[in-house]
Design a protein around this ligand. Structure first.
Ligand code: SDX
Length: 429
């Protein structure tokens, strides 16, 4: 029950409206504005920057402190001490697993990593040079055509099975989209490998020999998966929730999330960062691009900088930067020109008054692309890996919503179009 309330006075004659204020365990209080509709009023918040669209217990972000918690655990600790499948369990179930729970979860995911052999035919319908995100939008959405036994979205067991299938199969489908683009055969998952080793195997292995996987690279890959796993009500997660609120099946909802993530302002930024660094090319041109980013008449933005919520550092970028050093050292690429350019760009941008004043810091996408490129992942696959990682976040939010008293989402609008008028016959126009 609300302990506080806000009074909203409309005009001078009206009795003030009493709007309940709710307090969460962390973060800002919220004003319940649902009674406004009965008073013929809507709130106005394009982009939902000031709107709590739901109640959630999964992830908390404090943009001022640069804090990111998954079920209360700081991302820095999870990235250092946990692994991706354990974080998946945490996001889905709310608690870290004990040894038996973890082994059972890992075994279940492992047993679902293969895809129906029919699915391979979907790939043949695409051009070889199709963007892998285009393929993923299509193939993930098509999963609902294969799994009629887990489409009752109101059955918790069906939701659990769909979650396992999506987490397990995303690496397989992602690697298949890469193999298809280079004309190599698809590789089956290997049950003796860890989640990240399996992905690297399916990406870089061939049927001709055993795949050699560096433990450092596998660890870096797993850390990248952890850092991208969930991020509260971001654009793609909000899309998945809205799609799911209509009762759509989880595969269709995740396909909608993939489509949203593809945008360069969102998950497509990691690919755009590498394209930008390649275009800048040399430290001597950094100043030119910083000026472009500051020029209001120039649509160019410094990709990998800024965030809708973080107005201080993005804690994921800090961890990612450290991983960058480790991977480049392991690969003897410490003098990698792109990494050096990125470090210089970060230093110069962070000293520039425009970026300081607007609190634009590197975000999770700024460094991830450099690690992925160092590992040998092609730029076009960067956002696919983001989608692979974020699938657990999408499905955890979808399940949380479907477990509650879900109603279809239906935002309203401020209408400024034509008022009612009669149809004019064409010979009178
Ligand atoms: C992700 O929401 C999430 O949680 C997303 C995400 C997740 O895990 O799901 O964290 C993943 O999407 C990270 C963000 C990746 N995107 C990019 O790196 C693309 C480059 N960044 C920008 O497009 C931008 O910063 C956004 C889209 C991320 C945020 O856009 P906003 O909310 O419009 O930025 P803002 O309101 O904080 O901007 C304040 C000002 C604006 O100028 P004014 O209108 O006040 O004059 O800063 C400017 C912006 O124009 N600005 C930039 C800039 N980002 C914002 N100027 C130059 N370069 C930039 N990168």
């Amino acid at each position: 029950m609300a302990e506080k309330s806000a009074q909203l006075t409309i005009g001078t004659s009206e009795k003030p409206l009493d709007l309940p204020i709710y307090q969460g365990t962390m973060g800002p209080d919220v004003v319940d504005v649902r009674s406004l509709t009965a008073n013929n009023l809507f709130t106005y918040d394009p982009g939902f920057v000031s709107t709590a669209a739901c109640e959630s217990k999964i992830t908390f972000i404090d943009g001022e402190k640069g804090q990111l918690l998954h079920r209360g655990y700081p991302i820095e600790e999870l990235a250092e001490k946990s692994d991706y499948l354990e974080v998946c369990y945490l996001l889905l179930n709310g608690e870290l697993p004990n040894k038996e729970q973890k082994q059972s979860f890992v075994d279940t995911v492992t047993q679902h990593t293969m895809v129906n052999e029919q699915l391979t035919h979907f790939y043949n319908g695409f051009r070889r040079d199709a963007h892998p995100m285009a393929i993923m939008c299509g193939v993930v959405g098509a999963l609902s055509a294969f799994y009629h036994d887990s489409l009752n979205v109101h059955d918790p067991r069906h939701r659990e099975v769909a979650a396992y299938r999506l987490i397990a199969k995303m690496p397989t489908m992602a690697a298949m989209s890469y193999k298809y683009s280079i004309g190599q055969p698809f590789l089956y998952p290997r049950n003796e490998l860890s989640y990240s080793e399996n992905f690297l195997h399916m990406m870089f292995g061939t049927p001709c020999e055993e795949t050699k996987i560096s433990p450092t690279i596998a660890r870096a890959m797993d850390r990248i998966f952890i850092l991208h796993a969930d991020h509260e009500q971001n654009a793609s997660t909000s899309t998945v929730r809205l799609a799911g609120s209509s009762g759509a099946n989880p595969f269709a909802c995740v396909a909608a999330g993939i489509a949203t993530l593809w945008g360069p302002a969102h998950g497509g930024a990691n690919e755009a960062v590498l394209d930008m660094l390649t275009e800048i090319g040399d430290v001597s041109r950094v100043g030119e691009y910083i000026n472009k980013a500051k020029d209001k008449n120039d649509p160019f933005r410094l990709m990998g900088f800024g965030h809708r919520v973080y107005k201080n550092f993005d804690p994921r970028a800090t961890v990612m930067r450290q991983s960058c050093h480790e991977v480049l050292k392991e690969l003897n690429m410490e003098n990698d020109p792109l990494f050096e350019l990125a470090l210089r760009l970060e230093t110069i941008a962070r000293e520039d008054e425009y970026f300081v004043q607007k609190k634009l810091y590197p975000n999770v996408d700024f460094y991830s692309g450099i690690i992925l490129k160092a590992i040998g992942i092609p730029t076009s696959m960067f956002t696919v890996i983001f989608a692979l990682s974020r699938t657990v976040g999408w499905i955890a939010h979808w399940d949380e919503m479907m477990s509650g008293s879900n109603r279809i989402g239906r935002p309203r609008q401020l209408y400024t179009g034509a008022t009612e008028r009669s149809f004019t016959p064409i010979d009178k126009r």
